[in-house]
Design a protein around this ligand. Structure first.
Ligand code: IPT
Length: 991
């Protein structure tokens, strides 16, 4: 029998019993006791296990022990079940509000000591900061209550059940409950008590809650204080020692706004915090407040009167070993890393984070969109029939969720927008949440993307619109349609500030086009930038049966339904390694714009409000990537929005090498998140004199031959290269395939004129259909002269009449080996191509190719629609480090605009390849890898890549762009590679 208070798993109400209303998560001097630590634990396969465990005298000596906080599926190496990853799908039958009887249920027990002096406390409260998904609580055998709302704080009054000395607390946690239907976020399902449990003594005359609402206008600050305390608790004193404020309010009726002179404002760029205490005789609460005013005016989102451009990321709480268990040190480092990469905003997708995260955001400086714990995405499959968002049975739960969200975190200056949740369709419960927020907090706007028609929210928000659509939102008139809007609704939406709450899906290698979105935000005042999806991969560290560690994604734990590697879509890999996309992002959103003009550079400060007095400017000149001169550039301090023209230094221009000037803006002093000298923004200027590529002597006396000959360092057998500088090689052969990226693997939606694809089909599928991954060659002719060899090959795939003619011309020019490859597709190729390249295989032999030095774009990989982080220079890398360990192996490592490449073995130079631009000035790129594209394409995880005994060099005349089709638009047409004729020109010499 379920007891009367039972938080039944099918109950849509948010909780029962002695559950208390929400309040701020305060730093108070009232006594408290952490109940974190080891608890006794038992896992049952169903929700119906006996409840006698809650009895005081129950013998739990046979139980296991588990740490609190933790997720039971991440403890004990599988003995308590495994994580499940789904994005939109529900991992249980869609039978709302019911969940299956097979419902893993964790029972927790522990003893705790209540100090003797707590008997003076007026009340004793037990607070849970996060339990997934529904829990019930007993203290000393008394049933106290139940609660759901996994990422929300719940407090219970346990005064009448606790006693000084030994006590027993028992908690039952169900993995599945009605609440699971509204907690369908795109992440791992991770049950358990995963945040802190604290026992709190509430003193008589204490401060139940306090809210400091601040404002800032032209040097003046304002504090409106809301104190929740008994009348007997007064007088209440507010102290702000730094500004000499000590305000005593004798009664609640006396509490009045304070005007504060000469304060500095809080912003994400200059997170100026002031320490405040609010106290009564019985309790003192410490807060850090910041002065800022948030408003929407004239269709723009303003803080302190200035427009904000969000360079944001969607941040989930995820850690490869701890899951959603908070680790402050790791979180702080993560946020410092965001700052180092010019990220200025966080959307807490899609639930409130651990409360300490907001303290860190206040302190380090981020604009935060604080989102409620709500997502009902699985109802999409039913066309939103039965959606809790529009069902009165859920209204109380929805309101409870938003109240717990807002009340807990309302004091944080970093929070500038409240968000109702994510992907929960639309409906009256969402509208009710919004109405509640508007009534409670007039100082922050309400966001919810699913309110497409703008019926109850203040910001127009969308996810994954294309560049074209985003531009249309900004530029077109009221009658131009918007998604799911009537003309009148569209007109209304176009009066609001616009936010990309999700864009630039960073799954695997990608996204492209970050710079195009950024340019729109600067061109159109109503566009406010947005939040990349997402900050980091959610891989869970695990091992293969033979003990090889790897980062698991959906399906790796044998889930019945799952969404594969869709959970690996961050700009940071699971092990904290920034991917090239994060570097690209940093470059795209850098807060300074440089425009070179003759002997000057114009510099614009794009920041919200900070000037440039924290920056120094450095310049350097390189000839073919080798430093020749450097110095400091004098730049006047620029206020936000201001610009200046600064004369460039005299640049020594070389006649026989390329001359590049690089400007860096660096931090003049260390900050909480980066060291002195950290680069904030970079620009390059090409001052090279043009030099023609060396010519090739025309040869006329071609005659057929057997193709066995030597040309300088190159030895040929039957017309094929077999040795270069004495080492075995095979190739070059035409390579049109790349291991499909996650974007290449995603089907086209075929909805946009910018999307050239076939609806419902992925590029990868088309490439495989055309056999790009299994090309075969027929040699058409082999001819030679005294010092040259010419071969013509016809390359095509089984069961296809499409082909590519490849003419290779090897010649000795003086004592240099020259190679020119002409690549000409037949007519009839209909799809885009991943690449047009030639591949040379270099077996290890005695001196494996294990490193590269090059002059070209670097240091990281780059693609046609992701080139902004790349700079022209001279770089070195091991072969290993040229490739990124994407969670699912895929195309990686392409370095664009190559001039010169030296292959090395243990530091010894083996081969030198000079690459020339084609007649259009287009330079090839290169990839050097231990695996072929075909091998990479077959591996689902890095550990599935075969052992390698060969290095593979691909020189690409061109690569297809990246796009973000895994969840969003295709490659922009300018960066899509259409089959076309290409020429590759190289000079190859021994190292
Ligand atoms: C969008 C979700 O809001 C987000 O949580 C995540 O799942 C993202 O997609 C993809 O990784 S919803 C999508 C159907 C547009």
């Amino acid at each position: 029998m379920l007891s009367q208070l039972a938080g039944h798993v099918s109950d849509t109400t948010p909780g029962r019993g002695a559950l208390r209303t929400a309040r701020s998560w305060l730093h108070s001097d009232a006594p408290s006791l952490s109940l974190n630590g080891n608890w006794r634990f038992r896992l049952s396969p169903t929700a119906r296990a006996a409840e006698d465990f809650a009895d005081e005298g129950f013998d739990d000596s046979g139980w296991d022990s588990i740490p609190v906080p933790s997720h039971w599926v991440l403890q004990g190496d599988g003995v308590y079940g495994r994580p499940i990853y789904t994005n939109i799908q529900f991992p249980f039958p869609i039978d709302p509000p019911h969940v299956p009887d097979e419902n893993p249920t964790g029972d927790y027990r522990r003893h705790f000591e209540v100090p003797a002096d707590w008997s003076e406390a007026e009340r004793v409260v037990l607070r849970f900061d996060g339990v997934e998904s529904l829990f019930r609580l007993w203290v000393n055998g008394d049933e106290i209550g139940s609660a759901s709302g996994s990422r929300l704080a719940h407090e219970f009054d346990v005064t009448s059940s606790v006693r000084p000395g030994d006590n027993v607390v028992a908690v039952r946690v169900h993995q599945w409950s009605a609440a699971s239907y509204v907690e369908d976020q795109d992440q791992w399902w991770l049950p358990g008590i995963f945040r802190d449990i604290t026992l709190i003594a509430r003193p008589a005359g204490g401060i139940e809650d306090v809210w400091l609402r601040t404002g800032f206008e032209e040097g003046h600050g304002r504090i409106e204080t809301e104190v929740t305390a008994d009348a007997a608790a007064f007088p209440v004193t507010l102290r702000l020692p730094e500004l000499g404020i000590e305000q005593v309010w004798a009664t609640a009726a006396d509490v009045a706004p304070l005007d504060v002179e000469s304060v500095e404002p809080w912003s994400a760029e200059q997170p100026r915090l002031y320490e405040v205490t609010v106290s009564t005789a019985a309790e003192c609460v410490a807060l850090r407040t910041g002065f800022r005013t948030v408003e929407i005016r004239g269709g723009q989102f303003l803080v302190n009167g200035r427009r904000v451009v969000f360079h944001g990321v969607n941040r989930h709480e995820t850690h490869p070993e701890r899951g959603r268990v908070f680790d402050e040190e790791h979180a702080r480092e993560d946020l410092a890393r965001m700052k180092r990469f010019n990220v200025n905003a966080i959307r807490t997708s899609h639930y409130p984070p651990h409360p300490r995260l907001l303290d860190l955001a206040d302190e380090l400086g981020f604009w935060v969109v604080l989102e409620c714990d709500l997502e009902a995405h699985g109802f999409d499959k039913l066309d939103w029939v039965g959606n809790p968002s529009d069902d009165p049975a859920w209204r109380e739960a929805y309101l409870d969720r938003i109240q717990r969200t807002v009340e807990r975190d309302k004091n944080h200056p970093s929070i500038v927008i409240w968000s109702l949740g994510n992907e929960a369709g639309t409906g009256s419960n969402l509208a009710a949440m919004s109405a509640w927020v508007h009534a409670r907090d007039t100082g922050r706007p309400v966001h919810y993307e699913g309110d497409h028609a703008g019926e109850y929210t203040d910001i127009y928000s969308r996810m994954y619109p294309s560049v074209l659509e985003t531009e249309r939102i900004a530029t077109e008139g009221s009658r131009s349609p918007l998604l799911n809007c009537t003309p009148a609704q569209a007109a209304r939406q176009r009066t609001k500030p616009f936010l990309l709450c999700e864009y630039a899906h960073a799954m695997g290698n990608g996204p492209g086009a970050l710079d195009q979105y950024e340019a729109l935000a600067h061109a159109h005042p109503r566009l406010h930038g947005g939040f990349v999806w997402e900050w980091r991969d959610h891989g869970i560290l695990t091992t293969t049966p033979d003990g090889t560690p790897y980062y698991a994604y959906g399906g790796d734990f044998g889930e019945v339904v799952h969404d594969g590697n869709f959970v690996m879509d961050g700009m940071l890999l699971s092990d904290d390694v920034p991917t090239p996309s994060l570097h690209e992002y940093k470059a795209v959103v850098q807060p300074l714009r440089f425009t070179f003009d003759g002997g000057d550079v114009a510099i614009v400060n794009l920041r919200h409000s900070a000037d440039t007095s924290d920056l120094r400017f450095r310049w350097r000149v390189e000839h073919d990537g080798t430093l020749v001169e450097s110095g400091d550039l004098e730049v006047p301090v620029l206020a936000a929005g201001e610009s200046a023209r600064v004369p460039l230094p005299r640049i020594p221009v070389s006649q026989d090498s390329e001359t590049w000037l690089t400007l860096d803006a660096v931090l003049a002093a260390g900050t909480a998140w980066a060291r002195e000298g950290h680069v904030i923004a970079t620009a390059q200027l090409d001052r090279s004199t043009r030099r023609p590529a060396p010519g090739v002597r025309p040869r006329t006396t071609w005659r057929q031959c057997d193709g066995t000959l030597t040309l300088g360092i190159a030895e040929f057998l039957d017309g094929s290269l077999v040795r270069l500088a004495g080492r075995a090689v095979t190739g070059p052969r035409l390579e049109l395939f790349r291991a499909p990226t996650d974007n290449d693997e995603a089907a086209s939606e075929g909805v946009e004129e910018s999307d050239a694809g076939i609806a419902g089909v992925s590029n990868a599928e088309l490439w495989r259909r055309d056999g790009l991954d299994r090309l075969t060659t027929r040699r058409v002719s082999v001819e030679r002269t005294a010092d040259a060899l010419r071969t013509i090959d016809k390359v095509s795939a089984a069961n296809s009449a499409l082909s590519v003619m490849v003419e290779s011309l090897w010649s000795l020019e003086g004592d240099e080996l020259d190679l020119r490859v002409e690549i000409q597709p037949s007519s009839g190729w209909l799809t885009v191509w991943p690449r047009i390249g030639i591949r040379l295989d270099l077996p290890d032999g005695a001196a494996p190719v294990d490193g590269a030095e090059w002059f070209g774009l670097g240091p990281l990989e780059s693609y046609p629609d992701s080139l902004r982080a790349a700079r022209t220079g001279r770089f070195t890398s091991t072969v290993r480090d040229l490739c990124v360990d994407y969670a699912r192996p895929q195309e990686t490592g392409h370095r664009s605009q190559l001039r010169e490449l030296t292959l090395t073995s243990a530091g010894t130079k083996l081969l030198r390849v000079v690459a020339f631009p084609d007649t259009h000035g287009r330079r090839p790129g290169f990839t050097l890898s231990r695996h072929t594209p075909q091998q990479i394409a077959r591996a689902g995880h890095p550990f599935e890549l075969p052992d390698s005994t060969t290095s593979h060099l691909i020189i690409d005349a061109a690569q297809h762009g990246l796009g973000s089709r895994a969840c969003g638009p295709d490659v922009w047409p300018d960066f899509a590679l259409r089959p076309e004729s290409r020429t590759i020109r190289l000079r190859i010499a021994a190292g």
